[in-house]
Ligand binder design. Sequence first.
Ligand code: FES
Length: 283
Amino acid sequence: MLQRLLERVEKAGELDRASDPLQRRVRATLPRRLKDLLHGVGLGHPLHPVAVQLPVGAWMSTAVLDALPGTESAATVLVGVGTAAALPAVASGATDWSELSREQRRVGLVHAAANTVALGLYAGSFVARLSGNHRLGRTLGYTGLAAAGLGAYVGGHLSFRQGAAVNQAEPYLRQIDEGWHDLYAWNELTEGRPEVARIGEVPVLVTRIGDRVTVIMEHCAHQTGPLGDGEITEIGGAACVVCPWHGSTFRLVDGAVVRGPSANDQPVLRSRVVEGRVQASLP
Ligand code: FES
């Protein structure tokens, strides 16, 4: 039933009246470097799933302590730690959310609402415990855990059903056959200017850099934007391609992401030059 409900949320266009202005506000508020940090650029995958571990762990542990006698002080500390630790999780989640598609953002709103309720209940639980009302603190804590559980379920739908924040380029690797594939003649390539080639149906970006060649997936790891249409820029002395859809920026030499919103690197293929022909194979 929850699944069907979430499928209806995906199509609920009326949520965009709240979602679109909120998205604009989140995007405009944060400086780029902070956004990259919150997306998880440099981490290898998004920061948000890492950031939620501490609040969830603290709150789960509180639920266990609350079932045992004589643990009021420890439970109060854990609720406080979990509630404070939720703030970075909220910031990273909101930053990722602001770069999702419309359908994903609708479900993301429900995920955020459930977790905001959980956070409010845990904040109330902390205050109640500090004032000595541990019975109320426990009740609010267990209710908060239920709300956080609902939020986690919706987050699972967002990640695993809708593919939010996963590496969208990776599945295309599985469409490439084993073995070496002929792409270009070496002398057809211009230094630092990527060309798009196809391996079967899969587009790849081929770049000549000095006396070597690199081949990365052409579909952007964020949401499959066409990197072949992206601008070439230089960051830290390295040639990079900027995705034309949301601006994720990848180093051409190794596919590493240097600017978000993608937190995932661009998959790189093995490459070689044989008798003047550039070839690529699965990594
Ligand atoms: S598709 Fe979003 S940055 Fe490339």
